[in-house]
Design a protein around this ligand. Structure first.
Ligand SMILES: [Zn+2]
Length: 413
């Protein structure tokens, strides 16, 4: 923390905090006579569950202390204080948003217009209302540069649910670009979630996580960084966000996202639930780089769909999700192909007199055994004589037991 920063501890009464409280949901929340921005740009959306809100309210009703909250003196880009109409300094809430909103929402729901009477709570006497309104919050008021405040914000990431990596990065790269990107990617029912992809299915059917917890933004930022060959993000920062922090629009990342969705929308005719949360952007990137040219994904949507149906019908394939990975990458390991069970393997092991047929024939570069060694059962693995790709089944007559070395070095071609 720099020497230029000042910190004051103040006691703020709930009646003052609640004065002028307006909650316009994701568009902004203010209180403290209009002087406190309860949800400044770097703050996350309100995510407390009902249980956590009740815990906060119970604490206040019993008069127990809540953890200290942190406000920052609001300053503009030139470092001048942002004052209200009466020349009072204004504040941004840095930590304690969820507790603040929980309490204010409680008051908003239980106070009538005259501000003194309570509905719906056990001790709804005027005295009790006064007692609640006189409840004092401990607030640290911090004043310093933007960098000071952001450093502090990262440090005081306390109480309640920890911030996600993306929420911390958002605190670091405040600006018009972030505002626009969050409008598109980070609100309930945002365009990034509602975008139509295949036959009435929306992008949210393909993306995992929650927009307001910044999962979409986080995912797409990592996809586009890889597309552009940028250094992967770390705790210290995100190169794409740094490069675009000063932009007026977030058009590039929006267009990229739409291109990813359109690409797989053109490749897959049908929706299956296993498509949710797959790494579509990384696959789009590989496809654009020509790295998937030999794989099934390079075929037409009709051919791809026929292949998916065939694979789902194949008893040897034990996954549906992995079929998509296989179509894209061409790697059989994603198909979870059936394995021989212990009974079959044990019988074949005994029939082979505990020997590896490849060692026996001096195949490959395995010089250890040379056909002399009898292996322990656990030193051997079941192998398909005719591989799956050539129509081999997981049946006893297609099973051979190989030493681990040979099983690991056997080619299926
Ligand atoms: Zn062997």
């Amino acid at each position: 923390m720099s020497l230029t920063m000042s910190i004051d501890l103040k006691q703020i009464k709930l009646r003052d905090l609640f004065d002028g409280y307006v909650n316009s949901d994701e568009d902004g929340v203010v209180g403290y006579g209009g002087r406190l921005d309860i949800r400044p740009k770097y703050q996350r959306e309100f995510i407390y569950g009902e249980k956590e809100q009740l815990a906060v309210i119970e604490t206040v009703k019993k008069g127990f202390p809540l953890n200290t909250m942190y406000w920052a003196v609001a300053r503009d880009e030139n470092g001048n204080k942002i004052l209200d109409a009466n020349e009072n300094e204004t504040y941004e809430l840095m930590d304690g948003q969820q507790r603040t909103i929980s309490v204010c929402e409680f008051l908003a729901n239980h106070l009538v217009v005259n501000f003194q009477k309570f509905f719906n709570i056990q001790k709804s006497t005027p005295e009790f209302a006064e007692q609640i309104l006189d409840y004092e919050l401990s607030v640290y008021i911090c004043d310093g540069t933007v960098a000071d405040k952001l450093a502090w914000f990262k440090t005081i990431n306390i109480a309640g649910k920890p911030l996600t990596e993306q929420e911390l990065l958002n605190a670091q790269y405040v600006g018009e670009w972030l505002t626009k990107a969050k409008e598109y990617f980070s609100k309930t029912n945002c365009n990034a979630a509602e975008l139509m992809v295949i036959r009435g299915k929306k992008a949210s059917d393909y993306m995992s996580g929650s927009p307001i917890r910044q999962d979409y933004l986080s995912t797409v930022l990592q996809w586009i960084a890889e597309y552009q060959g940028l250094k992967p993000r770390t705790d210290e920062g995100d190169t794409y966000m740094a490069n675009h922090q000063g932009d007026d629009t977030a058009t590039e990342i929006k267009n990229y996202y739409v291109a990813v969705m359109e690409w797989f929308g053109s490749k897959f005719k049908a929706y299956r639930k296993e498509m949710k949360g797959l790494p579509w952007g990384y696959w789009y990137n590989k496809y654009q780089r020509g790295e998937l040219a030999n794989n099934i994904i390079s075929k037409t949507a009709d051919e791809i769909e026929a292949e998916i149906v065939r694979l789902i019908g194949d008893e040897e394939v034990e996954t549906v999700k992995g079929i998509y990975e296989y179509i894209i990458t061409g790697e059989e390991k994603y198909l979870s192909l059936r394995q021989f069970d212990d009974k079959i393997k044990r019988r074949v092991y005994e029939a082979q007199a505990h020997k590896c047929p490849y060692c026996d024939q001096h195949i490959g570069g395995h010089t250890y055994a040379q056909g002399i060694t009898e292996y322990d059962y656990k030193e051997m693995e079941g192998d398909h004589i005719v591989p799956w790709s050539q129509g081999g089944k997981t049946e006893e007559n297609n099973c051979q037991m190989l030493c681990k070395w040979h099983n690991g070095h056997k080619s299926n071609n």
